[in-house]
Design a protein around this ligand. Structure first.
Ligand code: AHG
Ligand code: MN
Ligand code: MN
Length: 368
């Protein structure tokens, strides 16, 4: 095998740390543990049906078969549960964490008593897009690293929900792993965005994308159009204008994509631009959005902003939102800066008069 002159993830982290001589190395060790969990999940996903891990998780006892439901009211796949275990097992022992929180756990996860506690909090969606597992479409893991409040670090006490309720701008690092044709790890420690590709021979993440930037303009958008009757007017207006193409107000044709794995959409946008929308809508008045703030919107938002893109609720920058609960849902728009800013403008402007706008006329596809 030819000797590679690429950096491994470990080398990259050590080089980065040299810029901060006082750093303890805890942070690097934590990232490596997260990366190990992602490698384990990548293997589990890659075995597919052969691994016996497809389908729903059985939440029953003994011979009883009961689909288990997570705190979001969603059916858990076997791989959701296994991926969650990989994350907790591989990160609980190292002494770097004060606690964890996950899409698949109702409450904050306490570091078991036999292990030392550290100064960071790890928040994750262990398997994003899990409805796609059974059809062999890309899925991924998303993570966010926060600093634990000083009171937690000083006392070593158990963590509470309130300790995690920090705005996205407070994130120390964020990233995701994508389990696609290749496994990739995308990471930001607040100094731009870098991408690693898993070398399956070595089992190492190799630095293949040293500086990822989201193009500021795009002609590609992603939204679940089956929800169009529930959208708010600014989103309807934006999508209608894209759909109108060359002859509409935008004067150019757009392409549409929808994978139903946000992590895969985020990756496409990071590589070639685009805009992703899962906006707040009126489908279920008890839900303030579909995606979750702490372990979906914030880490992806951090990556986008660090790559020169933008992330927003439509009304305010995502990273400025003060979380109210661990599993809070939120409307999310992210991607190419100029498009996200346009969508924000549409939210800020008074709604255009329907009668004056041919896009909202009787024959429009997305008429409100
Ligand atoms: P998860 O599998 O972690 O619950 O997240 C799935 C999310 C997200 O990845 C995707 O964009 C969205 O759900 C798809 O929703 P629709 O089924 O409404 O398209
Ligand atoms: Mn998810
Ligand atoms: Mn998930």
């Amino acid at each position: 095998m030819p000797l590679s002159n690429r950096f491994t993830l470990t080398q990259y982290l050590i080089e980065e740390r040299r810029r901060f001589p006082s750093a303890s190395g805890d942070f690097n060790a934590l990232i490596l543990d997260v990366a190990l969990a992602c490698k384990a999940i990548a293997r589990a996903v890659a075995f597919g049906e052969l691994g016996g891990m497809m389908g729903n998780h059985n939440g029953g006892e003994g011979d009883q078969v009961v689909a288990s439901i997570n705190v979001q009211g969603e059916t858990q796949k076997k791989l959701d549960v296994i991926s969650n275990q990989y994350f907790t097992r591989m990160n609980e022992w190292g002494g770097h964490l004060a606690g964890m929180a996950s899409e698949e756990m109702d409450d904050a996860y306490q570091i078991p008593k036999q292990y030392p506690r550290g100064k960071y909090l790890l928040v994750f969606d262990p398997l994003d897009g899990s409805s796609n597992i059974d059809v062999n479409v890309s899925v991924g893991s998303i993570f966010s690293i926060l600093r634990a409040p000083p009171a937690v670090i000083d006392s070593g006490r158990d963590v509470t929900e309130a300790d995690f309720l920090q705005a996205g701008s407070q994130q120390m690092a964020a990233g995701y792993a994508l389990y696609g044709p290749t496994t990739m790890l995308i990471l930001s420690v607040g100094n731009g965005v870098v991408g690693f590709t898993l070398d399956p021979n070595l089992g190492e993440f190799m630095l293949t994308h040293p500086s990822l930037r989201v193009p500021v303009d795009t002609q590609e958008f992603a939204i679940n159009a089956s929800n169009s009757r529930f959208w708010e007017p600014p989103i309807t207006r934006y999508v209608n204008e894209c759909m109108a193409g060359k002859t509409g107000p935008r004067g150019k044709d757009f392409n549409m994509r929808w994978i139903a794995s946000m992590v895969a959409e985020a990756h496409r946008i990071l590589m070639r631009g685009g805009v992703f929308m899962y906006p707040r809508d009126s489908k279920d008045p008890s839900k303030t959005g579909r995606l979750r703030l702490l372990y979906e919107a914030n880490p992806i938002g951090f990556i986008m902003e660090q790559a020169g893109g933008r992330a927003s609720t439509g009304r305010q920058p995502m990273l400025g939102v003060q979380p109210a609960s661990l599993h809070q849902r939120i409307g999310l728009v992210f991607g190419s800066k100029n498009e996200v800013e346009r969508i924000e403008r549409y939210h800020a402007e008074p709604a255009p008069l329907e009668l004056d706008n041919p896009l909202f006329a009787e024959r429009s596809l997305f008429r409100v």
